[in-house]
Ligand binder design. Sequence first.
Ligand code: PFF
Length: 453
Amino acid sequence: MRKSSSNSPGGSLKKAERFSSSGFILAAIGSSVGLGNMWKFPYITGEHGGAAFFLLFIVCLIAVGLPVLLAEMTIGRGGRGNAATSLFNLTGNKYWKWFGALSVLTAFLIMSYYAVVAGWTFQYTLDSLTGGLSHKGMDYEAHFNDFAGGLMPIFWQAAVMLISGYVVARGISGGIEKFNKILIPGFLIILLILMVRSLTLPGASAGVEFFLKPDFAKLDSESVLVALGHAFFSLSLGMGCMLTYGSYVKKEQSLGKATIAIGIGDLGYAFIAGLIIFPTVFSYGLQPDKGVGLAFMALPAAFSQMPFGAFFGGLFFILLAIAALTSAVSILEVPVAFAMTQWKWSRRKAAAIVASVCFVLGIPAALSVTGSLSGFLIFGKTVFDWFDFSTAYLLMPIGGLVVTLFTGYAWKRAGEEAGLTGFWYKAWMVTLRYVAPLLILVVLLYSLFVKPV
Ligand code: PFF
């Protein structure tokens, strides 16, 4: 532990803090591949027409997600600051800095409740491996409600904060990069083992069909908004995360190539996750439920009936835990980088304080799922739902707008930093100036007024 002081004694953002080329790609894939890929993507794909939606998602990812991803990384590397100061460094305009600071707040709030869900995966890993999830006739819904209503989630949330805080405190190359370099390849191996297992289950094809059979009749205008919103969430956009990671990228690295690699990584992991989840659930005659229900109720029920189910179930939750942790680390880095430059805190101090405050803030979120605060509603929503709603549906789209407008209009040398010229530069600008802001605005208005969640 002591050794880390040699490479990150702290102070302001130091020049020496840089990713290696492969380290950056892995860390960015680690950020983008998270709980969103593991259950949200497969489920919304099944619900919105299978392969038809998958194609639509790919279009949104390529046409809007990747250009915005490139913009975030470009601002970070060009400005060499945090999510707020990078915008100021590039224009000298303090208003942009405050717009950027909004995404620091977003990251701070997301970290507070993301750690709660990440913590659940720890308990479920342990329960699976020790056979605690495979009792005959077990009621998985009641089990989840009991667990989430108790105090254990707070313990696990603290564990997530400790691990993420420790990794972030160790700095970019010695902490975040190393962490992802170990976990992301391990993640792929587990993913492939589970994919082979699920695709060879009897009746697996029904699950593959649900996930991938194109049904264009299920596509409507809402599908486009869902696909677009998820492309943003999945690529970790709109909250300064890729911007902050971008500030640690070397000048020699091609941001264009990195964008493509991250896009393929994010999509590939989500696709394989779908090939694990649906064949497993369908093979045991269960219904794919949304979100929490799918990951923490339907899947444990399926694993409990499978030969060596404790082992495969354990692997699945380890997978979820890794996905959540590598994303959590990237989220925490946003406010930590901000505190380091804004208040001149050392990296260790910033990581310790930010993680502690997020932990305290996350406690009411943890208790409001099924616990003592679940009856405490503010305008009909629990505290947990408020964290989710205010970040995913309000602050993240606003953060996305800030990035597109900044790169499209305010910063004149973005093309140079991104290494784009000619046709690609023009296409990028058209997306950032017109297509992306318009679509983000539609998503924002839709989720606010048409279908408030
Ligand atoms: N991209 C992550 C997922 O798909 O679960 C979630 C996320 C991570 C969102 C980091 C935003 C972020 F900055």
